[in-house]
Each structure stands twice: as C-alpha cells, then as structure tokens.
Design a protein around this ligand. Structure first.
Ligand code: AMP
Length: 469
C-alpha cells in the first residue's frame, strides 16, 4: 500500500517574495542532502497554484524555463529520498489537489505512523488515493473535514495523525506550516527583506537554506505549533497540547549540514564535541586521525584537537559522481567505494590510523573503507564512531534498514570489529551523545540507539509490512 516507509526529506516554504519560485529552488538546492530522488515546487500567484515536480536532483529539474512557469509570491518545495520504481514520480511532493477547501498543496518531512489505519478508514468512506505516500492521507483528511476554513480543517487533520511531520501547506492566498507535537524533525522560521520594501517569510528544514537566500533565522516552529502567513500577517497557534519533546538526535550526528542550526543548536558545535568526547572515551595509540569524508570530518577535527593527534585528510571523496557511470564488466573488488573514496597513500604508509566516521549501519561500507586504508599501507586501523551502536530502526523519518540488517542489533562490539577487520573499534556512549547535543532537559529521541520509542507504535508493524509489498 505504501511505497516506502522510511523517508528522508527536506521542505521549504516562502511567503511574500516576488521571486518565490527562485528562492524555493535555491533553498531546495541547499537541502539537497536531505533527499536526492525527486523534488518539487508549487507556487501561488494569489489566484492559482502552479506545480512542477520530477525525479532527479534539484539543479537538473528546475531549469530557468521551468521556473518561469511557476509565478507568484508564495511557494512550497520538497526534496525527497525514495525507492526507485514506477510509483516514485507519483509519490513526489508537493501534492496539489482541488477540493472543497479550494486548491491546496501539501508537502512534509517525516513519517505518519498511523497512515495505514487512516487510509483504510478514508477508503471505506469513499476516498480514492492516487499514490502510496502518507502525505496524501493529510489531503484526504482535509477534504473530509466539515470545518469551513483551511486552517481549521488542517488543525482537525493534524490532530488525527500520529508520528513525525514537519509540514508545509500552500493555498492561493496563504502558507500554513506545522510541526508534530513531539518535534521529531526540524523546521526553522526566517524572515527576509523584500525588494521594494516589506518583510517576507521563509520556513525550511535547515537554516543553511536561509543563508543562501539572505534570510535571517528567527526561531523554530514549536512542536505542536501551526503558523500561518496570509494577507492578515503572521499568526501562531498551538494546535495540540504540549508533549515531551523527541527531537531526532541523528540530525546532529549525521543528517543535517554542519552549517545549519538545528533545534536551536549549531550542528558543527555538536559534531566537534562528539569527536572530543569520543577521544576521551575511546583513545587510541596512533599517529594520525583521518575522517571518512564527509560524514566523519567534524567529529575527526574534535577527536584530533582533544587527543593531540594530527588531523590528515587521507581519504579523498569524489563529489561529482553522477547517476550513471560505466562500470567495468570485469568486477573490480569494492568498486562502488573506490569510485567515491580514494586513499592518499603517502599519508597512510606505515601509519597507525584512527579512522573516524559518524555511524555503522550494516557494516558493509565501513568494512570496505577499513580494507582500503589498510591496503594503502596503514600499519593499524582503529575505527571510532561518533555515536552509540545503531540497534533499532527509525520510524520517524530516517532511512535505516530493518533490525535484522543493522549489524549492531545482533552483534556485540567485538564481533563487529572482527567483521569490519579493524584493529580496534570504539563507539561513543549514550551519555556523551546527550552531552554533545547539550540535552540537559531530555528533549531528544535516541530510539535508534536504545530501542526505546517515544510514541506508541501501534500500526507500525502493518506499515512496515505494507512498505515491502
Ligand atoms: P554501513 O556500511 O552500512 O555501516 O554504512 C555506514 C555509512 O553510512 C556511514 O559512513 C554513514 O555516514 C552512512 N549513513 C549512516 N546512516 C545513514 C542514512 N540514514 N542514510 C545514508 N547514509 C547513512
């Protein structure tokens, strides 16, 4: 029923700027790391909505011809990571429909946990679904609502959905933004000067999107909050009672860009602190600290500064790998990793290396990288991971495989060390992870490291089963 359960995405909304589509495009460009399979923008010129979405990267999809066909002063945009397949374009966001609340478009980041249940109920009541994304459920709930205004109908819809969502919604004269009551996924608010006078608003998954378009970060959309900008100005309301916060710690460990401020905290600060604490907890008798680029760079800088071991970029990443490349017909061992990373032999030869990465998922890439460093001449390879072992899948919007494929769910650290062929392996403790993100008030979700989920997971088994159909 549902095409893909785990879904990573970036969202943006612009209000009140004469070049809304261009700004949404630029914002999506800086959120590209959050999803590389499809992207879409929907704009409004005050009377009509215009939409374009396609498979591929933001820069390939939004040519100047395409952007010229997206007029108006407000826009929402989305970039999505999804499984390939026939239904992939159908599931690209935003979703735009005409319903009894007018013309409306919606996009979101996160996972709606009770989507199967809601969809079944809606189908029983006559709804016809075109795609298999959980976002469409929100639109049907909107259409079914007996409330007369869009904001009231959206409020009613949001109270029925459970799970993680940072949502952007566009109607002809307004944008509405909402974040789930636990605040799993980030969503920041910024403002910008409008050429010719006035203030425009921008909302985005990460603040790196604001920097590119000259907007200023104001604050986050609060968990359980709905914000609306229309002709009457900006309004804020709490649509749901306060719940304990469950901000995704993996945004700070890996997912967000280090130049973003996420959940009010600079990601670069967390990452370097992760590395410093890792050096204290898991020291190594070694000569160099080498990051796995790009995910391990900031933590390796922290590890190096704390341990006093020199930092060397001895693995070089090719940033220009396109979607297609010609693979030699004779299989070359570990070809995929070699295409992406190449070791600097003269830096590694005879050296005892601390290799720093953010996480081990299945263990397959880490094993290839350790092997690559050793083959380049390293005398010893000590792998250090800047978070605890990933033992449980995420149900709130991070693409992790199921439990059976997570190496740390069924192997201890020594077994993983043997599998990845490292001389030693060290993970950061949960306590240090908390410290690195300054979580003194217990506001983060650590479920992927603890298996302790902050919400009821009723219906999740069904959702997982349906995602595999
Ligand atoms: P593996 O070999 O499966 O253990 O992969 C580990 C690598 O995957 C690390 O370099 C991580 O930076 C990266 N990684 C971790 N989580 C994710 C994710 N959710 N999506 C994409 N890459 C990830």
């Amino acid at each position: 029923m549902f095409d893909k359960f785990h879904e990573e995405c970036g969202v943006v909304a612009i209000y009140g700027h004469p070049e809304a589509a261009k700004l949404a495009y630029l914002a999506l460009y800086s959120l590209q790391h959050r999803g590389q399979e499809s992207a879409g923008i929907c704009t409004s010129d005050g009377s009509q909505l215009y939409i374009h979405k396609s498979m591929g990267h933001v820069a390939e999809i939004f040519t100047s011809d395409v952007i010229a066909k997206l007029p108006g002063r407000s826009a929402i945009g989305h970039t999505r990571y999804s499984t390939a397949g026939d239904t992939a374009l159908l599931n690209a966001q935003p979703f735009a429909v005409t319903c009894n609340k007018g013309r409306v478009a919606v996009a979101h980041n996160g996972n709606i946990i009770n989507a199967v249940e809601l969809r079944r109920d809606l189908e029983r009541r006559g709804s016809i679904f075109q795609a298999s994304s959980d976002t469409e459920v929100i639109l049907h709930l909107l259409a079914h609502s007996s409330e007369r205004t869009l904001s009231a109908a959206l409020r009613e819809a949001l109270l029925q959905i459970e799970g993680a969502f940072s949502l952007v919604c566009l109607a002809k004269d307004r944008v509405i933004i909402a974040r789930d009551p636990h605040g799993f996924r980030p969503l920041a608010v910024g403002e910008m000067e409008i050429p010719g006078g006035g203030t425009g608003y921008v909302f985005a998954s990460e603040t790196c999107a604001f920097d590119l378009i000259g907007a200023v970060y104001l604050h986050d959309v609060e968990p359980g909050e709905m914000m609306m900008v229309g002709p009457e100005g900006l309004t804020r309301e709490r649509y749901s009672p306060a719940q304990p916060r469950s901000q995704c710690v993996f945004e700070h460990v890996y997912f967000s860009r280090p130049d973003s401020v996420v959940f009010g905290r600079p990601v670069a600060e967390s990452r370097e602190e992760l590395g410093r604490l890792l050096a204290r907890e898991c020291p190594a008798d070694a000569d160099l600290v080498v990051p796995v680029p790009d995910s391990g760079v900031a933590a390796a800088i922290g590890y190096s500064s704390e341990s006093g071991l020199p930092f060397r970029q001895a693995l070089i990443r090719n940033h220009y790998i396109g979607r297609t490349f010609i693979e030699p017909s004779q299989a070359i061992r570990d070809f995929g990793v070699k295409l992406k990373l190449n070791p600097v032999r003269h830096l590694l030869q005879g050296q005892r290396v601390v290799l720093v990465d953010d996480s081990i998922v299945r263990g397959t890439t880490s094993r290839k990288i350790v092997r690559m460093v050793r083959q380049a001449g390293a005398a010893e390879v000590h792998l250090r991971i800047s978070c605890p072992p990933t033992i449980s899948p995420c149900f709130y919007g991070v693409d992790t495989p199921n439990r059976a494929e997570l190496i740390a769910s069924n192997h201890n650290v020594e077994e993983i060390r043997r599998y990845i062929e490292a001389d030693s392996l060290g993970y950061l403790s949960l306590e240090s992870l908390r410290k690195a993100v300054a979580d003194s008030r217990n506001e983060y979700c650590y479920a992927c490291y603890t298996g302790d989920y902050p919400t009821d997971l009723v219906g999740v088994e069904e959702l997982i089963a349906s995602s595999k159909k």
